[in-house]
Design a protein around this ligand. Sequence first.
Ligand SMILES: Cc1ncc(C[n+]2csc(CCOP(=O)(O)OP(=O)(O)O)c2C)c(N)n1
Ligand SMILES: [Mg+2]
Length: 366
Amino acid sequence: MKLCLFRILCPDGTLCRPELEPEIPGLELRRMLVAMVESSLLDERLLRFQRQGRIGFYLTAWGEEATLIGPTWALRPTDWIFSCYREQATALFRGYSPRTMMCQLYGNAEDPVRGRQLPAHHTARDLNFVSVSSVVGTQIPHAVGMALAAKLRGGDDVSLVYFGDGATSTGDFHVSCNLAQVHKAPCLFFLRNNGWAISTPRAIQTATPTLAQKAVAYGMQSVMVDGNDLLALIHVTAEAALRARAGAGPTLIEAVTYRRGAHTSSDDPSVYRDPSEPVAWQESDPIRRFRAYCEAKGVWSQADEERLRADFDARFAALVAETEAVPPRPPLSSMFDDVYAERPWHIEEQARELEAKVRRHGSARS
Ligand SMILES: Cc1ncc(C[n+]2csc(CCOP(=O)(O)OP(=O)(O)O)c2C)c(N)n1
Ligand SMILES: [Mg+2]
Protein backbone atom coordinates (compact mmCIF):
# COMPACT_ATOMS: atom_id res chain seq x y z
CA MET A 1 0.00 0.00 0.00
CA LYS A 2 1.40 3.42 -0.96
CA LEU A 3 0.32 6.12 1.43
CA CYS A 4 2.54 8.91 0.14
CA LEU A 5 1.05 11.16 -2.51
CA PHE A 6 1.90 9.67 -5.89
CA ARG A 7 2.77 12.28 -8.49
CA ILE A 8 4.38 12.42 -11.95
CA LEU A 9 3.93 16.12 -12.76
CA CYS A 10 4.99 18.85 -10.34
CA PRO A 11 2.54 21.75 -9.86
CA ASP A 12 4.54 23.83 -12.39
CA GLY A 13 4.02 21.16 -15.07
CA THR A 14 7.57 19.80 -15.08
CA LEU A 15 8.13 16.08 -14.65
CA CYS A 16 9.04 15.03 -11.12
CA ARG A 17 9.16 11.33 -12.11
CA PRO A 18 10.43 11.44 -15.73
CA GLU A 19 10.93 7.68 -15.74
CA LEU A 20 7.13 7.29 -15.35
CA GLU A 21 6.12 9.67 -18.14
CA PRO A 22 3.51 7.77 -20.18
CA GLU A 23 3.82 7.61 -23.95
CA ILE A 24 0.67 9.40 -25.07
CA PRO A 25 0.28 10.69 -28.64
CA GLY A 26 0.19 14.49 -28.95
CA LEU A 27 -3.37 14.45 -30.33
CA GLU A 28 -4.58 12.58 -27.26
CA LEU A 29 -2.79 15.00 -24.92
CA ARG A 30 -4.58 17.83 -26.72
CA ARG A 31 -7.93 16.05 -26.54
CA MET A 32 -7.61 15.70 -22.77
CA LEU A 33 -6.54 19.31 -22.29
CA VAL A 34 -9.44 20.52 -24.43
CA ALA A 35 -11.88 18.42 -22.38
CA MET A 36 -10.62 19.95 -19.14
CA VAL A 37 -10.67 23.54 -20.41
CA GLU A 38 -14.16 23.06 -21.87
CA SER A 39 -15.39 21.60 -18.57
CA SER A 40 -14.29 24.74 -16.79
CA LEU A 41 -15.82 27.01 -19.44
CA LEU A 42 -19.10 25.10 -19.36
CA ASP A 43 -19.18 25.45 -15.58
CA GLU A 44 -18.85 29.22 -15.90
CA ARG A 45 -21.64 29.50 -18.48
CA LEU A 46 -24.00 27.01 -16.87
CA LEU A 47 -23.71 28.36 -13.34
CA ARG A 48 -24.68 31.71 -14.84
CA PHE A 49 -27.64 30.00 -16.55
CA GLN A 50 -28.77 28.71 -13.17
CA ARG A 51 -28.60 32.25 -11.77
CA GLN A 52 -30.63 33.49 -14.75
CA GLY A 53 -33.32 30.90 -14.03
CA ARG A 54 -32.80 29.04 -17.30
CA ILE A 55 -31.87 25.86 -15.43
CA GLY A 56 -32.88 24.94 -11.90
CA PHE A 57 -29.68 23.52 -10.45
CA TYR A 58 -26.03 23.05 -11.32
CA LEU A 59 -22.82 21.51 -9.97
CA THR A 60 -19.39 22.79 -10.93
CA ALA A 61 -16.19 20.72 -10.98
CA TRP A 62 -13.65 23.57 -10.85
CA GLY A 63 -10.31 22.31 -9.61
CA GLU A 64 -11.26 18.65 -10.08
CA GLU A 65 -11.09 18.45 -13.89
CA ALA A 66 -8.14 16.04 -13.99
CA THR A 67 -10.04 13.47 -11.91
CA LEU A 68 -12.84 13.51 -14.47
CA ILE A 69 -10.71 13.07 -17.58
CA GLY A 70 -7.58 11.06 -16.65
CA PRO A 71 -9.26 7.92 -15.26
CA THR A 72 -11.73 7.84 -18.16
CA TRP A 73 -8.91 8.07 -20.69
CA ALA A 74 -7.16 5.16 -18.98
CA LEU A 75 -10.21 2.87 -19.30
CA ARG A 76 -11.70 1.12 -22.31
CA PRO A 77 -14.95 2.55 -23.73
CA THR A 78 -16.71 -0.70 -22.75
CA ASP A 79 -15.80 -0.39 -19.07
CA TRP A 80 -18.54 0.86 -16.77
CA ILE A 81 -18.55 4.27 -15.13
CA PHE A 82 -20.74 4.99 -12.11
CA SER A 83 -20.62 8.70 -11.51
CA CYS A 84 -21.26 10.70 -8.38
CA TYR A 85 -22.76 13.96 -9.72
CA ARG A 86 -19.81 16.17 -10.58
CA GLU A 87 -18.74 14.11 -13.62
CA GLN A 88 -20.52 15.85 -16.49
CA ALA A 89 -17.17 16.29 -18.26
CA THR A 90 -16.52 12.56 -17.95
CA ALA A 91 -19.70 11.77 -19.86
CA LEU A 92 -18.88 14.34 -22.55
CA PHE A 93 -15.36 12.97 -22.88
CA ARG A 94 -16.83 9.51 -23.44
CA GLY A 95 -19.01 10.82 -26.25
CA TYR A 96 -22.18 12.09 -24.54
CA SER A 97 -23.85 14.51 -26.90
CA PRO A 98 -23.66 18.18 -25.81
CA ARG A 99 -27.24 18.61 -27.05
CA THR A 100 -28.46 15.78 -24.80
CA MET A 101 -26.49 17.27 -21.93
CA MET A 102 -28.26 20.61 -22.41
CA CYS A 103 -31.69 19.00 -22.78
CA GLN A 104 -31.12 17.11 -19.52
CA LEU A 105 -30.12 20.35 -17.77
CA TYR A 106 -33.27 22.05 -19.06
CA GLY A 107 -35.50 19.02 -18.37
CA ASN A 108 -37.13 19.60 -21.74
CA ALA A 109 -38.88 17.29 -24.21
CA GLU A 110 -35.58 15.73 -25.29
CA ASP A 111 -34.30 15.12 -21.77
CA PRO A 112 -33.48 11.39 -21.75
CA VAL A 113 -34.71 11.16 -18.13
CA ARG A 114 -37.86 13.21 -18.92
CA GLY A 115 -37.43 15.79 -16.18
CA ARG A 116 -37.47 13.22 -13.41
CA GLN A 117 -33.94 13.84 -12.19
CA LEU A 118 -32.23 16.99 -10.95
CA PRO A 119 -30.38 18.87 -13.66
CA ALA A 120 -26.78 17.65 -14.13
CA HIS A 121 -27.82 14.09 -13.27
CA HIS A 122 -26.74 12.57 -16.54
CA THR A 123 -27.04 9.07 -17.88
CA ALA A 124 -25.86 7.52 -21.14
CA ARG A 125 -26.79 3.89 -21.51
CA ASP A 126 -24.96 3.52 -24.83
CA LEU A 127 -21.73 4.74 -23.23
CA ASN A 128 -21.93 2.52 -20.12
CA PHE A 129 -22.21 5.72 -18.10
CA VAL A 130 -24.71 4.87 -15.41
CA SER A 131 -27.41 7.22 -14.16
CA VAL A 132 -26.42 9.52 -11.29
CA SER A 133 -27.91 8.73 -7.92
CA SER A 134 -27.47 11.78 -5.74
CA VAL A 135 -28.16 9.85 -2.55
CA VAL A 136 -24.60 9.87 -1.24
CA GLY A 137 -22.72 6.60 -1.64
CA THR A 138 -25.47 4.53 -3.26
CA GLN A 139 -23.62 4.23 -6.56
CA ILE A 140 -20.79 2.30 -4.88
CA PRO A 141 -22.62 -1.02 -4.30
CA HIS A 142 -24.15 -0.66 -7.77
CA ALA A 143 -20.66 -0.50 -9.28
CA VAL A 144 -19.52 -3.54 -7.30
CA GLY A 145 -22.60 -5.42 -8.52
CA MET A 146 -21.80 -4.48 -12.11
CA ALA A 147 -18.20 -5.58 -11.67
CA LEU A 148 -19.32 -8.93 -10.28
CA ALA A 149 -21.74 -9.33 -13.17
CA ALA A 150 -18.94 -8.60 -15.65
CA LYS A 151 -16.83 -11.25 -13.97
CA LEU A 152 -19.67 -13.80 -14.08
CA ARG A 153 -20.11 -13.11 -17.77
CA GLY A 154 -16.51 -14.16 -18.23
CA GLY A 155 -15.27 -10.95 -19.87
CA ASP A 156 -12.66 -8.58 -18.55
CA ASP A 157 -14.68 -5.37 -18.22
CA VAL A 158 -14.12 -3.33 -15.09
CA SER A 159 -16.30 -0.78 -13.38
CA LEU A 160 -15.07 2.50 -11.97
CA VAL A 161 -17.09 4.35 -9.37
CA TYR A 162 -16.65 8.02 -8.53
CA PHE A 163 -17.51 9.22 -5.05
CA GLY A 164 -16.40 11.89 -2.60
CA ASP A 165 -14.71 12.07 0.79
CA GLY A 166 -18.15 12.48 2.38
CA ALA A 167 -19.30 9.19 0.89
CA THR A 168 -16.60 7.29 2.80
CA SER A 169 -18.71 7.86 5.93
CA THR A 170 -21.65 5.94 4.50
CA GLY A 171 -22.42 2.31 5.16
CA ASP A 172 -22.63 1.75 1.42
CA PHE A 173 -18.91 2.50 1.06
CA HIS A 174 -17.91 0.00 3.75
CA VAL A 175 -20.14 -2.89 2.68
CA SER A 176 -18.97 -2.33 -0.88
CA CYS A 177 -15.28 -2.49 0.03
CA ASN A 178 -15.85 -5.67 1.96
CA LEU A 179 -17.93 -7.39 -0.71
CA ALA A 180 -15.66 -6.30 -3.56
CA GLN A 181 -12.50 -7.55 -1.92
CA VAL A 182 -13.97 -10.86 -0.73
CA HIS A 183 -15.18 -11.65 -4.25
CA LYS A 184 -12.27 -9.96 -6.07
CA ALA A 185 -14.69 -7.74 -7.98
CA PRO A 186 -13.00 -5.91 -10.87
CA CYS A 187 -14.01 -2.53 -9.44
CA LEU A 188 -12.03 0.69 -9.15
CA PHE A 189 -13.13 2.78 -6.18
CA PHE A 190 -12.26 6.28 -7.36
CA LEU A 191 -12.45 8.63 -4.41
CA ARG A 192 -12.36 12.33 -5.23
CA ASN A 193 -11.14 13.73 -1.93
CA ASN A 194 -11.89 17.39 -2.57
CA GLY A 195 -11.59 18.44 1.06
CA TRP A 196 -15.26 19.18 1.67
CA ALA A 197 -18.62 17.43 1.90
CA ILE A 198 -20.88 20.46 1.52
CA SER A 199 -19.85 22.33 4.73
CA THR A 200 -18.10 19.42 6.46
CA PRO A 201 -14.33 19.71 6.11
CA ARG A 202 -12.16 16.65 5.60
CA ALA A 203 -10.65 17.10 9.11
CA ILE A 204 -13.93 16.20 10.81
CA GLN A 205 -15.14 13.72 8.20
CA THR A 206 -13.04 10.94 9.71
CA ALA A 207 -10.28 10.52 12.29
CA THR A 208 -7.89 8.55 10.06
CA PRO A 209 -4.90 10.45 8.63
CA THR A 210 -5.78 9.31 5.10
CA LEU A 211 -8.84 7.93 3.38
CA ALA A 212 -6.77 5.44 1.35
CA GLN A 213 -5.89 3.56 4.52
CA LYS A 214 -9.54 2.56 5.01
CA ALA A 215 -8.83 -0.13 2.39
CA VAL A 216 -6.39 -1.88 4.74
CA ALA A 217 -9.19 -3.13 6.97
CA TYR A 218 -10.74 -4.89 4.00
CA GLY A 219 -7.48 -6.36 2.69
CA MET A 220 -7.83 -4.13 -0.34
CA GLN A 221 -5.08 -2.46 -2.36
CA SER A 222 -5.05 1.33 -2.20
CA VAL A 223 -3.10 4.30 -3.45
CA MET A 224 -3.09 7.99 -2.66
CA VAL A 225 -2.52 10.12 -5.70
CA ASP A 226 -2.27 13.81 -6.50
CA GLY A 227 -5.74 14.40 -7.93
CA ASN A 228 -4.56 17.47 -9.83
CA ASP A 229 -1.93 15.55 -11.79
CA LEU A 230 -3.51 14.11 -14.92
CA LEU A 231 -0.54 11.86 -15.74
CA ALA A 232 -0.45 10.37 -12.24
CA LEU A 233 -4.19 9.69 -12.39
CA ILE A 234 -3.80 7.90 -15.71
CA HIS A 235 -0.95 5.84 -14.29
CA VAL A 236 -2.75 4.66 -11.15
CA THR A 237 -6.04 4.01 -12.96
CA ALA A 238 -4.34 1.97 -15.70
CA GLU A 239 -2.46 -0.04 -13.07
CA ALA A 240 -5.63 -0.69 -11.04
CA ALA A 241 -7.57 -1.66 -14.18
CA LEU A 242 -4.83 -4.09 -15.20
CA ARG A 243 -4.93 -5.77 -11.78
CA ALA A 244 -8.72 -5.92 -11.83
CA ARG A 245 -8.81 -7.45 -15.33
CA ALA A 246 -6.24 -10.03 -14.24
CA GLY A 247 -8.52 -11.15 -11.39
CA ALA A 248 -6.50 -9.49 -8.60
CA GLY A 249 -9.52 -7.55 -7.31
CA PRO A 250 -10.45 -3.96 -6.53
CA THR A 251 -8.33 -0.90 -5.69
CA LEU A 252 -9.22 2.18 -3.70
CA ILE A 253 -7.74 5.25 -5.38
CA GLU A 254 -7.75 8.34 -3.17
CA ALA A 255 -7.27 11.32 -5.45
CA VAL A 256 -6.41 14.37 -3.37
CA THR A 257 -7.87 17.46 -4.98
CA TYR A 258 -9.92 20.48 -4.00
CA ARG A 259 -13.48 21.71 -4.56
CA ARG A 260 -12.80 25.28 -5.65
CA GLY A 261 -16.40 26.27 -6.13
CA ALA A 262 -19.51 25.95 -4.01
CA HIS A 263 -20.97 22.50 -3.35
CA THR A 264 -23.80 23.23 -5.78
CA SER A 265 -25.68 26.25 -7.11
CA SER A 266 -27.73 26.05 -3.88
CA ASP A 267 -24.73 26.51 -1.61
CA ASP A 268 -22.73 29.51 -0.34
CA PRO A 269 -19.31 28.48 1.00
CA SER A 270 -18.53 32.01 2.21
CA VAL A 271 -20.50 31.21 5.37
CA TYR A 272 -18.34 28.23 6.35
CA ARG A 273 -15.01 28.37 4.51
CA ASP A 274 -12.00 30.66 4.74
CA PRO A 275 -11.92 32.47 1.37
CA SER A 276 -8.11 32.20 1.23
CA GLU A 277 -8.36 28.39 0.95
CA PRO A 278 -9.59 28.15 -2.67
CA VAL A 279 -7.16 30.89 -3.66
CA ALA A 280 -4.23 28.88 -2.24
CA TRP A 281 -5.33 25.81 -4.22
CA GLN A 282 -5.11 27.72 -7.49
CA GLU A 283 -1.36 27.06 -7.27
CA SER A 284 -1.93 23.39 -8.02
CA ASP A 285 -4.73 23.83 -10.55
CA PRO A 286 -4.91 20.70 -12.74
CA ILE A 287 -5.53 22.56 -15.99
CA ARG A 288 -2.67 24.99 -15.49
CA ARG A 289 -0.34 22.11 -14.67
CA PHE A 290 -1.27 19.96 -17.65
CA ARG A 291 -1.31 22.95 -20.02
CA ALA A 292 2.28 23.79 -19.00
CA TYR A 293 3.25 20.17 -19.71
CA CYS A 294 1.55 20.21 -23.12
CA GLU A 295 3.20 23.52 -24.02
CA ALA A 296 6.60 22.15 -23.07
CA LYS A 297 5.93 19.09 -25.28
CA GLY A 298 5.06 21.43 -28.16
CA VAL A 299 1.50 20.12 -28.54
CA TRP A 300 -0.28 23.24 -27.25
CA SER A 301 0.25 27.00 -27.55
CA GLN A 302 -1.30 30.28 -26.51
CA ALA A 303 -2.78 30.57 -30.01
CA ASP A 304 -4.43 27.14 -29.63
CA GLU A 305 -5.93 28.28 -26.34
CA GLU A 306 -7.35 31.45 -27.87
CA ARG A 307 -8.80 29.53 -30.82
CA LEU A 308 -10.38 27.00 -28.47
CA ARG A 309 -12.03 29.70 -26.37
CA ALA A 310 -13.39 31.58 -29.39
CA ASP A 311 -14.63 28.36 -30.95
CA PHE A 312 -16.21 27.31 -27.65
CA ASP A 313 -18.16 30.57 -27.44
CA ALA A 314 -19.58 30.07 -30.94
CA ARG A 315 -20.47 26.42 -30.32
CA PHE A 316 -22.06 27.20 -26.97
CA ALA A 317 -24.22 29.98 -28.43
CA ALA A 318 -25.45 27.60 -31.15
CA LEU A 319 -26.12 24.90 -28.58
CA VAL A 320 -28.22 27.23 -26.44
CA ALA A 321 -30.27 28.33 -29.47
CA GLU A 322 -30.85 24.68 -30.40
CA THR A 323 -31.81 23.69 -26.85
CA GLU A 324 -34.20 26.57 -26.37
CA ALA A 325 -36.01 25.64 -29.61
CA VAL A 326 -36.94 22.24 -28.12
CA PRO A 327 -40.39 22.11 -26.44
CA PRO A 328 -39.74 23.03 -22.79
CA ARG A 329 -41.44 20.03 -21.15
CA PRO A 330 -41.58 16.29 -21.73
CA PRO A 331 -45.09 15.18 -22.78
CA LEU A 332 -47.39 14.75 -19.77
CA SER A 333 -48.23 11.18 -20.78
CA SER A 334 -44.54 10.23 -20.46
CA MET A 335 -44.93 10.07 -16.68
CA PHE A 336 -46.32 6.55 -17.11
CA ASP A 337 -43.39 5.32 -19.19
CA ASP A 338 -40.18 3.58 -18.16
CA VAL A 339 -41.40 2.08 -14.90
CA TYR A 340 -42.64 -1.29 -16.16
CA ALA A 341 -41.51 -3.14 -19.30
CA GLU A 342 -45.23 -3.69 -19.98
CA ARG A 343 -47.82 -1.39 -18.47
CA PRO A 344 -50.01 -3.18 -15.90
CA TRP A 345 -53.79 -2.60 -15.95
CA HIS A 346 -53.85 -0.07 -13.10
CA ILE A 347 -51.28 2.16 -14.80
CA GLU A 348 -53.23 1.89 -18.07
CA GLU A 349 -56.32 2.98 -16.17
CA GLN A 350 -54.55 6.00 -14.68
CA ALA A 351 -53.13 6.99 -18.06
CA ARG A 352 -56.64 6.85 -19.60
CA GLU A 353 -58.07 8.89 -16.71
CA LEU A 354 -55.39 11.56 -17.16
CA GLU A 355 -56.06 11.69 -20.91
CA ALA A 356 -59.79 12.19 -20.27
CA LYS A 357 -59.12 14.94 -17.71
CA VAL A 358 -56.79 16.77 -20.09
CA ARG A 359 -59.44 16.51 -22.85
CA ARG A 360 -62.05 17.93 -20.49
CA HIS A 361 -60.04 20.65 -18.74
CA GLY A 362 -57.04 21.25 -21.02
CA SER A 363 -53.46 21.13 -19.86
CA ALA A 364 -51.45 23.90 -18.26
CA ARG A 365 -48.33 22.36 -19.81
CA SER A 366 -47.01 23.11 -23.22
C1 LIG B 1 -27.59 9.82 2.06
C2 LIG B 1 -27.44 11.29 1.82
N1 LIG B 1 -27.12 12.10 2.84
C3 LIG B 1 -26.98 13.43 2.64
C4 LIG B 1 -27.15 13.96 1.39
C5 LIG B 1 -26.94 15.44 1.16
N2 LIG B 1 -25.64 15.59 0.47
C6 LIG B 1 -25.58 15.73 -0.87
S1 LIG B 1 -24.03 15.83 -1.41
C7 LIG B 1 -23.40 15.74 0.15
C8 LIG B 1 -21.92 15.83 0.40
C9 LIG B 1 -21.13 14.79 -0.30
O1 LIG B 1 -19.79 15.14 -0.22
P1 LIG B 1 -18.69 14.29 -0.93
O2 LIG B 1 -19.04 12.84 -0.84
O3 LIG B 1 -17.38 14.68 -0.35
O4 LIG B 1 -18.79 14.69 -2.48
P2 LIG B 1 -18.52 16.14 -3.15
O5 LIG B 1 -19.83 16.85 -3.17
O6 LIG B 1 -17.50 16.84 -2.33
O7 LIG B 1 -18.05 15.86 -4.55
C10 LIG B 1 -24.41 15.60 1.07
C11 LIG B 1 -24.20 15.50 2.54
C12 LIG B 1 -27.50 13.09 0.33
N3 LIG B 1 -27.66 13.53 -0.92
N4 LIG B 1 -27.61 11.76 0.57
MG1 LIG C 1 -16.02 16.08 -1.07
